[in-house]
Ligand binder design. Structure first.
Ligand SMILES: [Zn+2]
Length: 206
């Protein structure tokens, strides 16, 4: 009944699937709820349901692996944070995710095979603000938000860069967008052209 397993994201094969094996949980639940508890006159609500809630928490843990999380992170070693979603303890409430881990999941959704599983129009509706010079050096990179390059700052994009269909890049005054052999397209496979240039903003293309 145990032994769940999931695949980490792939950063090299963008066509690879992402799978979780979480066997027999549904069958076990039905059997416990509909057959075992009735046969033995045990209250499902009182004594058995809680056990299955830990199963559902286990599924969120496996989804964490699918999104690139490990059992340890920069804040704690393996199983050292009892409440963490990535704790392996069946007794853990698994209701806590560190900010660093949220960041890792976002990064995986931008830079791995996971990009193929997000709907085309996915958009945070909160822009990414580029307030330092940035070089986003990935072969394939998918954004889920607008980008605003602040005054005088430089953003370098490389490779294939994918945007939500309704997204925009705004280059503020004197900002520079460098497209280093970069192809900009939308998640629905159209060319991405929605770049707004303020005064003296430049686009440099190699
Ligand atoms: Zn695990």
């Amino acid at each position: 009944m145990m032994n769940s397993i999931s695949q980490f994201p792939s950063y090299t094969d963008f066509n690879r699937s992402s799978q979780i094996s979480y066997p027999n949980k549904y069958v076990a639940k039905i059997w416990m709820k509909e057959i075992y508890t009735k046969k033995n006159n045990i209250s499902w609500e009182k004594y058995v349901k809680g056990f299955f809630i830990s199963y559902y928490r286990g599924l969120s843990h496996e989804l964490g692996h699918s999104l690139g999380l490990a059992h340890s992170n920069k804040y704690h070693g393996t199983n050292k944070c009892f409440k963490a979603m990535m704790s392996q303890s069946g007794k853990s409430p698994r209701n806590y995710i560190q900010p660093s881990e949220i960041g890792k999941m976002h990064k995986a959704l931008m830079t791995s095979n996971l990009i193929q599983f997000v709907s085309e129009d996915a958009n945070f509706n909160v822009p990414m603000i580029i307030s330092e010079n940035e070089n986003w050096d990935f072969k394939t990179l998918r954004f889920y938000q607008d980008i605003i390059v602040k005054e005088g700052k430089i953003l370098i994009l490389n490779g294939t860069v994918i945007f939500p269909p309704n997204a925009s890049i705004t280059l503020e005054k004197n900002a520079t967008l460098v497209l280093n052999k970069a192809t900009l397209k939308t998640a629905n496979k159209k060319p991405f052209t929605n770049i707004i240039k303020r005064k003296h903003a430049t686009i440099i293309q190699y």
